[in-house]
Design a protein around this ligand. Structure first.
Ligand code: COA
Length: 703
């Protein structure tokens, strides 16, 4: 990758003397950006572009060509690839459209195969090019004028990526790199992230993703990169639901976007809602120092705006400093009698610019106050020019030691002041939510940077071979789902506790079974001819003693035969009656983007109506499984509400871990779901009432 970002020479195949063509614009941008290597425009017509001689073919070039930008129509690409192979080019940047994005999969496969046969890597096709600050190379057909800086952008969208070039320039946002990945035929986000993680000038990576191709690798790479750098993602398609058939809850709930959202959180990636939010975040993350602690202080001259900021802090995960005696003494000198030193520190409407500056100084000089938020509502007591100078000087004094954000509200003078301070790189906003949102992004990313992944854990003991044996036997006849007794075998191999069950062939056996299991029991008819047992009167619940079992046995037989007179009844299944507890669902499946993922949610209406579930890429660690359970909205129900005891969350997390390991190791299983998993009080464990499994024996890696 080093040669892609720091090439000694770049050839532009399809360079044109016609300024209306992409091949001209790319050469022009390379020249104007001051690229430090050699530029080799290639076009059989020869000539000159902006002072650089045009070569008739790559064979005429004597110097090293590390990168070739291909800007010729798709049907000329293969010839150009072959020329590049002969020349010993390292990387192809294929601008040309006309490949997989229009269904030309074969053309794209051939392109990559031909490149790989010569040891070349392919960026694209269907891209606008690449910018690298390290070699001042702008090999794009964007508007030019990219400022060097510390943000690397990797974008799948071409048009939006090109537009971002103009926007970064307008917002004075400096870039270390900008890479268009287009069809991702070879080089993808994971390759680029691995390089950018080591690139000293990149502090923040911004990813624009439309679809994930090799999600498992992306997850592994992101988890490593977010321990070293800030990563922000924008993904389109928030509303799109997964296209997979709703064969299970896990399947129907695993809308592509929900899985993406949760997996990005698991990776420590910050997901922005909009391009503007992403820009605000990356700009701040690229310039702000990392905090040394969680406690922020808000200084304001308005109570209302202070409350808004407090709400925003809760939403964006910013903790507020709360030592009241210290706050009172820290602001004693600047605080008017009717002000409030509680955080938000309210200097009231009579505060002057000086009061602000002294208060901010008081916050920023203290080692136990870790970040400052300054809010200001325009009043007549301020000279905006003088105020701008005061804010500027406080900011400059502390900008390398503490995170500081400002939000100012008012008329045209305030708007002008915001523009002026922003153009100097000071994080000032016209909206309190925007200001707190950038601080929250910094805190979330900082927590991830500090997160201790801990020692590698011993995976839960599950018997994968036994599971595969069950699948092989069940799949021999072409079946793709497991019957109840097969699913019970899998549950045993997973180490899950299921209700005890015994099949009885006659009344005597039924009574003995009930006594072995212990009352109360459930009884269900066993007959291949009766599919919907309850409808046929084939199920009896909560049988408390011998005589109830006798009565129920006879009633089941009678009503099943009345329902279907020719049914062959093999007997009844006597099952332990499961005690009530909190009903949850644990699932795992092969996700089309991320491969093996696990799901957890509360059962009943929580899952049906509220879709209150969380996903994580598998396999998981114990910490991730617990954090996943803690992230659902109805988590307080597991903690125990209204005097109820805390539930056995650890035992539920253990089931999530086991399913996560199975789905990662046993790719034949497409869906597995424990529904319900009844969770009892702390220390009393869980019980898997029903386990359903779908599989594809021949499919191998279903991801
Ligand atoms: N080697 C060198 N030059 C070659 C060549 C070859 N093998 N084959 C053709 N050329 C020359 C052409 O003669 C032409 O030069 P000219 O202007 O002097 O006549 C130049 O290369 C470009 O070829 P041309 O046929 O004029 O194509 P074009 O410039 O109109 O379009 C693309 C080429 C790649 C821009 C176009 O095919 C395309 O894919 N456009 C979409 C790009 C896009 O949107 N990408 C995604 C962005 S996100």
């Amino acid at each position: 990758m080093e040669r892609l970002f720091n090439p000694r020479g770049v050839a532009v195949i399809g360079a044109s003397t016609n300024p209306g063509k992409i091949g001209y614009r790319i050469v022009e941008n390379m020249v104007k950006s001051g690229y430090t290597g050699r530029i080799y425009p290639i076009n059989p017509k020869g000539g000159e572009i902006l002072g650089w001689p045009v070569y008739g073919g790559l064979a005429d070039v004597a110097g090293d060509v590390d990168v070739a930008v291909l800007s010729v129509p798709a049907d000329h690409v293969m010839k150009a690839v072959s020329d590049c192979g002969q020349k010993g080019v390292g990387h192809l940047v294929v601008v040309s459209s006309g490949f997989s994005e229009i269904g030309n999969l074969a053309g794209e496969r051939d392109l990559v195969a031909a490149a790989q046969a010569h040891g070349m890597r392919v960026l694209g096709p269907n891209i606008f090019g690449i910018y690298s600050a390290a070699s001042r190379l702008d090999a794009t057909f964007g508007p030019g004028g990219i400022l060097p800086g510390h943000v690397a952008i990797v974008t799948q969208s071409g048009a939006l990526g090109i537009a971002m070039i103009g926007k970064t320039a307008a917002e004075s946002l400096g870039l270390s790199a900008l890479i268009s990945v287009g069809n991702k035929s070879d080089i993808d986000e994971a390759d680029l992230l691995a390089y950018l993680a080591d690139d000293p000038s990149t502090r923040v990576v911004l990813l624009y993703i439309e679809g994930v191709k090799n999600g498992e690798r992306l997850v592994r790479t992101l988890r490593q990169v977010t321990q070293r750098k800030h990563v922000v993602v924008i993904k389109s398609g928030r509303s799109a639901r997964g296209a997979m058939a709703a064969a299970s809850h896990t399947g129907s709930l695993a809308g592509a976007d929900d899985v993406f959202d949760d997996v990005m959180r698991q990776c420590g990636v910050l997901r922005a809602e909009s391009v503007q939010e992403a820009f605000n975040w990356v700009r701040f993350l690229a310039s702000a120092p990392l905090p040394v602690g969680e406690d922020a202080v808000i200084v304001t001259n308005g109570g209302g705006i202070g409350v808004l900021a407090t709400d925003a802090c809760e939403k964006f995960g910013v903790r507020l400093y709360d030592n009241q005696p210290v706050l009172a003494s820290a602001f004693a000198e600047v605080m008017p009698e009717f002000g409030s030193s509680k955080n938000p520190v309210d200097l009231t409407g009579q505060a002057t610019g000086q009061d602000y500056a002294r208060s901010l100084d008081a916050v920023l000089a203290r080692p136990d106050m870790h970040a400052a938020v300054a809010l200001y509502c325009e009043t007549a007591l301020f000279d905006t020019r003088q105020f701008a100078d005061l804010l500027r000087s406080v900011y400059r004094r502390y900008q390398t030691t503490k995170p500081i954000v400002l939000a100012l509200f008012g008329g045209e003078r305030i708007e002008a002041m915001i523009r002026e301070l922003r153009s100097e790189g000071i994080p000032v906003f016209g909206d309190v939510y925007e200001a707190i949102s950038v601080l929250g992004a910094l805190y979330r990313s900082w927590r991830r940077l500090n997160e201790d992944e801990g020692e590698p854990e011993e995976p839960p003991a599950i018997d994968v071979e036994a599971v595969q044996g069950v699948l092989r036997r069940a799949g021999a006849g072409g079946r793709k789902f497991l019957l109840a007794h097969e699913a019970a075998e899998v549950a045993a191999a997973l180490g899950l506790r299921m209700p005890r069950s015994i099949v009885a062939r006659d009344l005597d056996q039924a009574v003995r079974a009930a006594e072995t299991i212990g009352y109360p029991v459930v009884m269900k008819v066993v007959s291949k001819d009766i599919v919907h047992k309850s409808d046929a009167g084939g199920v009896a619940l909560d049988l408390a003693n011998r005589s109830e079992v006798v009565d129920a046995y006879q009633a089941i037989l009678r009503s099943c035969l009345a329902h279907k007179p020719d049914a062959v009844i093999e007997g009844v299944e006597v099952v332990e009656m499961v005690r009530a507890g909190v009903e949850t669902i644990v699932g795992a499946r092969q996700d089309p983007s991320f491969g093996p993922v696990a799901m957890f949610g509360l059962g009943g209406i929580y899952v049906e109506v509220m879709k209150d579930v969380s996903f994580r890429a598998a396999p998981l660690t114990g910490r991730v499984a617990r954090e996943m359970i803690g992230s659902i909205r109805s988590y307080p129900l597991l903690l125990g509400v209204r005097g109820e005891r805390r539930k056995d969350i650890g035992a539920a997390a253990d089931v999530v871990l086991r399913l996560g390991r199975l789905i990662a190791e046993c790719r034949e299983i497409t869906d597995i779901e424990v529904n319900p998993l009844v969770v009892y009080d702390y220390g009393e464990g869980v019980k898997a009432v029903d386990v359903r499994i779908l599989f594809e024996v021949q499919g191998g890696d279903a991801a």
